[in-house]
Structure formats: C-alpha cells, structure tokens
Design a binder for this molecule. Structure first.
Ligand code: C2E
Ligand code: MG
Ligand code: MG
Length: 439
C-alpha cells in the first residue's frame, strides 16, 4: 500500500505510531481517544447483547499524494508524526460535524480514523454513513489541501456476541483488503427492529420461551378476589423478559399471533384447572383481533373448555382496541358463537383507539375495562373523573359490568368504590405474578 511507486502513499508507515493527545477544548464530543473508543465499544457491545441494538465499526484509511503533503498548509514543523497527528486530528474533527450524537470517532493511526456507528435500523445505513463521511473528507481535502485523496472504508456490522477487540481487528482487515478508494461493508446482515423481534418470537415458540403471569381483579365493594387476568411474557435468551407491548403488534403483523394466542389459551386454562378451579374465579384472557378473525377461533376456545374443568361462564375474553370485527364476518361469527355458549366478552381499554360508543350498541359485551390512562387522572384531573363517571353510568344503564384498570392509589380506589365501579385491577391490589401468588 505504501510502496515508493505509489503516488498515494500513506502519511506514515505504521498506523500504531504514537499520537499526541488531542486538544480537549477544540475536540468535538463525538471525537474520543482510541482507548476511550475501545472502552465505549465494549460497553456498547454488551448493551447490544441485551437490547438487540445493531452497530458497525468503520475503519477509514486516508491516503494523499506524498508530494502534496509536504506543501500542504498544515505542515507546521519538520517532525513527521506530529504533522500526521495534526492532519488526521483535523480530519477527525471535520468528520465529527456530521456523525450523530450516539456515534463516536477516534483516531486509529496517522492515516486512519475509526467510526463507531450505533443504533442501525436499515441495511443501507452503514453504506450510506460511509459514503457521507467519505464525501465530506474528500471535499475538505480537495478544497483545502491535497488535490485528489484516496479514502478507503471498511465497515463491519457487529455479529451478536463479538468481542470489541475482534471487531476492531476485523474492521481494520476489511479496510486493508478493500481496493483503494472504495467502501466495503462486511459482517452480519442488518435486521430491522421487527426482524429481531420476529426471530425472538419464533425461537420462543420453538423453545417454550413464553410464560404467563396473572394479575388479580378485585371486587371493589368487598375486597375479594374475583378474577385473574393472564398476561403473556416472552423470555428471550439475549434480552431477558420482554413485555407483550413490545412483541404482540409485531406478532400480529408477521402472522405469529395465532400461535402465541393458542399457547396462551391452552396454558392459562391448564393453570386455572390446576390452581383456581376450586376458588370459582373468573379467568380473563386477552385476545388479539387477528385471533378473533381466524375462522377456527371459536371452535378452538370451545375445544379447550371441553377438555378442562373451566365452565364457559368463568372464561372472559378481553378484546383489545384496534380490533375491527365489524368488518370481519368470521370475527362477528366467532363472537356470536362464543357468547352463545356462555363465554364472557370484555372490551379492553374501552375508549382508546377504535373502541367507540357505537360499538357498545352494535355488539353485546359483558364488561368494559376502563383504561389506565383515565384511571390515572382520578384525584387530579376533573376531566378524567368526568369521563370515567360517564362510562360507569353508561355501562350501568346498559347492564354491562365494569373493571377499572391501573388502580394504583387509595384515592383512586376510594373514588371508584363511591362511583360503583365493580372490579379493580392494578398495583394497588397486586402486580402480575405467578399463579401461586393468587391461589
Ligand atoms: P392490558 O390487557 O390492558 O393489561 C394491563 C396492562 O397494564 C399489563 O401490562 C399490566 O401489567 C399493566 N398494569 C396492571 N396494573 C398496572 C398499574 O397499576 N400500573 C401500571 N402502570 N401498569 C399496570 P402488560 O402485561 O405489559 O400487558 C400489556 C398489554 O399487552 C395488555 O394490556 C394486553 O393488551 C396485551 N397482552 C398481554 N398479554 C396478552 C395476550 O396473551 N394476548 C394478547 N393478544 N395480548 C396480550
Ligand atoms: Mg387485558
Ligand atoms: Mg387493558
């Protein structure tokens, strides 16, 4: 690369030449010392193993014609590596102006920069950043210093579990082997955030990676336990326990919800059989619109009931907002069949999203669940209280039962008792936990 005949000689022969520390006052935040970059890389990789964040390390080699270096305006003294340090330091600061705050730049050697790119979400993101940085460096060099520089970028997308040192080595290797003046991206393919969760769901389905917690629903008048709501969690090997808000929508979008839903139904009924049957408690299970629209859903539920001790009247299906069964003949059919058999239907988070008052008139439901966001305002927001009062009155006039969700304080509890809400659920009564905590 640095042979005498090559007009694009590197600025120094050995990248490991010692470099003077950069002037802190003039150093942009995104620029750090090499040792700090390594430390940050270790931290970032360890964080990524828990969060599935994706990142890439770019090695950027800058080569300029040797004769132009000598005449370049930044040459201020005769000492070779001082010159190089100053040169690459200026380039680093220049590039720092366009990298995002999470990304980091460091001087890797007299002719080399490292760029740590974090939070990658698109497959073209790595190539794009390399192009943008190269363009900026080139135009700066051409304008001010050296005519036609050659900038070679080797970027490696970190594989899950790779060590910081290995990533640095690999990135340097890719840059060293890339044809001079080109950009080369290597490493694991970038997955979008959904892709990561889809893989986790598939793995959890194969490896028994889901589990249920149950949250008590309590009679507000008597304080007695009346129902338990099953809430699904996913145990991801890499990231630990993941809550349903993070994976249900992805599962719905990628055709995986019915499989999860079937597992939840079967497992919740099994645990009820084992622990709750003698307490005569209601079992509440969340059902996604995707499940409801499946033509076999009612038959599946009734099949589970037949092979368990759970009577249909003790099962309550919580239909979440966002489910538009009015437009699906199968969903309407499933609801009719299930109610006909005595299964209870609750509208979850009633009043949020698509669940409108019109829905109450068009379909028969047994319960509305008043969402946490409204209950939260009780005691502090007169608007929230007015809306909750109206919902409770409406439900009572229509003969529909009510559950207040997300009850956290005694003030909320007492207010709901006075307003004749039937059941309460929330941290005030107990968090979701294993079935044995209830039974
Ligand atoms: P949801 O059915 O409205 O469940 C209530 C959520 O509120 C639960 O969150 C619960 O842990 C949380 N919560 C309960 N009490 C309190 C409280 O006092 N304060 C606060 N801040 N939060 C409280 P989680 O378990 O994360 O579930 C979120 C949503 O995921 C559920 O909302 C439900 O829509 C969905 N989901 C959960 N399990 C399933 C399932 O098996 N199937 C389907 N389709 N959806 C599910
Ligand atoms: Mg629910
Ligand atoms: Mg809810």
């Amino acid at each position: 690369m640095s042979s005498v005949s090559d007009p694009y000689r590197s600025l120094a022969e050995r990248p490991e030449d010692r470099l003077p520390a950069m002037d802190e006052a003039s150093t942009p935040r995104a620029v750090v010392e090499l040792a700090a970059l390594r430390e940050e890389l270790e931290r970032a990789l360890s964080h990524a193993s828990r969060t599935a964040e994706q990142m890439a390390l770019h090695t950027i080699h800058v080569l300029v014609p040797e004769d132009r270096v000598r005449r370049g305006p930044i040459v201020e003294n005769g000492e070779m590596h001082e010159r190089h340090a100053s040169f690459i330091g200026r380039l680093c600061s220049h590039a720092a102006a366009i990298v995002r705050t999470n990304d980091l730049l460091a001087i890797g050697g007299p002719r080399t920069l490292f760029l740590l790119q974090r939070g990658i979400t698109h497959s073209h993101g790595v190539q794009r950043l390399a192009e943008v940085v190269r363009h900026r460096l080139r135009s700066h060099l051409v304008r001010h210093l050296f005519g036609e520089p050659r900038i070679t970028v080797g970027a490696v997308v970190a594989e899950p579990g790779i060590a910081a040192e290995a990533l640095v080595r690999e990135s340097i290797r890719v840059a060293d082997e890339a044809p001079s003046g080109t950009i080369h991206v290597a490493g694991s393919p970038i997955e979008d955030a959904d892709g990561v969760i889809v893989r986790e769901i598939q793995s959890a389905l194969r490896n028994d990676g889901f589990f249920l917690e149950f949250q008590p629903q309590v009679d507000l008048r008597t304080g007695r336990l009346r129902a338990a709501e099953a809430l699904v969690r996913m145990d991801s090997r890499q990231r630990g326990v993941i809550n349903p808000t993070e994976f249900i929508a992805v599962a719905e979008d990628h055709g995986l919800m019915c499989q999860i839903g079937s597992w939840v139904l079967h497992e919740a009924v099994r645990q009820w059989d084992e622990s709750l049957s003698r307490h005569d408690l209601l079992l509440a299970i969340n059902v996604s619109g995707v499940q409801l629209e499946n033509r076999h859903f009612a038959a599946e539920v009734l099949g589970e009931l037949r092979s368990s001790k759970l009577p249909a009247e003790r099962l309550e299906l919580e239909i979440t907002e966002g489910c538009s069964w009015e437009h699906s003949a199968w969903a309407a059919n499933n609801l009719r069949t299930l109610r006909g058999e005595g299964v209870r239907i609750a509208f979850d988070d009633f009043g949020e999203g698509f669940s409108t008052l019109g829905r109450l008139g068009r379909s028969n439901c047994d319960r509305i669940k008043i969402p946490r966001a409204l209950v939260h305002g009780i005691g502090s927001s007169r608007r929230s209280e007015t809306i909750v009062e109206a919902l409770l009155r409406l439900a009572s006039d229509l003969g529909i039962a009510t559950t207040a969700e997300g009850v956290e304080t005694k003030t909320q509890h007492d207010w709901l008792v006075d307003s004749l809400c039937e059941l309460g659920q929330g941290l005030f009564f107990g968090p979701p936990g294993p079935m044995r905590a209830l039974a």
